[in-house]
Design a binder for this molecule. Structure first.
Ligand SMILES: Cc1ncc(COP(=O)(O)O)c(C=O)c1O
Length: 388
């Protein structure tokens, strides 16, 4: 609950004294931008996810952009992505004047429907970006097999998927490059931030260089004693480096990642249990052999059994002081994607139908059992009031 003890926000980051101390220490250190803290955050993140290389950047979007640049996406290429995602997944493809080719979702998990990927592949297709929606890993075995068959690269959008496993493999170690987000609402945060992980040292080096103006090796060290004033620009790069201030938060948040996950998992279990007897609510489906990160808890309303629509339900929850969100408005329904690519709602029937039904309930470690109880009571009472 917020300070007036009434409204439960959709999300509140869990920032403790450790993060505050670490930021203050960094502010006092005299080194604010990319430096030792970023290096430590990258090392800790690589160790945590079990990957060889982790490149810290200032957003998940930047990580996706650099990943596509590293694998060599060019104008006119096609990249397969789900329609059920945030615009960042698609916009980075458009940065290259390449084409994001949308694929419908599975009706239950809302993840990309792997069965529909192959029919979208043609000679121009270069990559697939699966998005682990809400934190549930996609059908990675199928996706990796398809990628291998057609010689495509796989860039995972893992903005929701820390920590998550697929068949014992940590997300961050499966695709060619995996991109994480540390935006304020994510499972760990640096305010704004992101990380790209890969087992390929050439791509890691390329992303590192392009994240800082395309300047050669260890550009950030040029103001240190061991560094040199001399540098060379090898490519027109970007300004995507993470600050040490942000990394100071990240290092501390990462230490709590497992505890945060346990807390979210508990809340998910409370919701699952509380809604089992309500046929009006479809709770999230979890496929076997995966660890769901529980970044989001997305319910689907069974509208046939209700006299209220999704927007009305959200309003009713707000009146009961519960903040919610919708993940996502599918890309094909947004004016830009609709108008540019001529998409119709019926082109992606599962995502179009799901969009009318989905609500993301609050799920974060700062929630108390009483908070989760308030969400349960509010959902149940609206269902009872509006059931047919
Ligand atoms: C699925 C997905 N991909 C990418 C992003 C982009 O992450 P960021 O906000 O860190 O740029 C987000 C974030 O909000 C997201 O939800």
């Amino acid at each position: 609950m917020d300070s007036d003890n009434s409204f439960l926000p959709f999300h509140v980051p869990d920032i403790g004294d450790d993060e505050i101390r670490s930021v203050v220490e960094t502010l006092r250190s005299g080194w604010l931008t990319t430096g030792a803290k970023v290096k430590k955050f990258e090392e800790d993140f690589a160790a945590y996810t079990g990957t060889t290389h982790a490149v810290a950047v200032n957003s998940g979007t930047a990580a996706l952009h650099l990943a596509l640049e590293a694998i060599g996406i060019k104008e006119g290429d096609e990249v397969i992505i789900p329609t059920m995602t945030f615009t960042a997944t698609a916009e980075v493809v458009l940065y290259f004047k390449a084409k994001p080719v949308l694929v419908d979702c599975e009706p239950d998990t809302l993840n990309i429907n792997a069965d529909e990927i192959e029919e979208k592949i043609n000679a121009g297709t270069k990559a697939i970006i699966p998005v682990h929606l809400a934190g549930q890993p996609c059908e990675m075995q199928r996706i990796m097999e398809i990628a291998q068959k057609y010689n495509l690269k796989v860039i995972e959008d893992a903005a929701h998927a820390l920590p998550a496993h697929y068949q014992e493999k940590m997300i961050g170690t499966i695709g060619d490059i995996t991109c994480f987000s540390f935006y304020a609402t994510k499972t760990i945060t640096t305010g704004e931030g992101g990380m790209a992980t890969t087992g390929n040292s050439e791509w890691a080096e390329r992303m590192r260089m392009m994240s800082l103006h395309g300047i050669n090796h260890d550009a950030w060290k040029r103001y240190t004693k061991e560094g040199s004033w001399y540098y060379e620009v090898l490519c027109p790069g970007f300004k995507y480096n993470l600050t040490d201030i942000a990394a100071a938060i990240g290092v501390e948040q990462l230490k709590k990642c497992d505890r945060f996950w346990e807390a979210r998992r508990r809340i998910a279990a409370v919701y699952d249990e509380a809604f089992t007897d309500l046929p009006e609510i479809r709770t999230p489906v979890c496929r076997s052999g995966r660890q769901h990160a529980w970044h989001l808890y997305v319910i689907q309303l069974n509208l046939e059994r209700l006299r209220i629509d999704r927007s009305g339900f959200i309003e009713a929850l707000k009146e009961k002081n519960i903040g919610t969100s919708v993940h996502f408005i599918p890309l094909h329904l947004h004016p830009y994607y609709r108008n540019t690519f001529g998409y119709q709602p019926e082109d992606f029937p599962n995502a179009s139908a799901a969009f009318e039904r989905i609500i993301s309930l609050p799920i974060y470690p700062k929630m108390t059992d009483a908070d989760a109880g308030c969400v349960v009571d509010a959902v149940r009472s609206i269902v009872l009031q509006y059931r047919r």
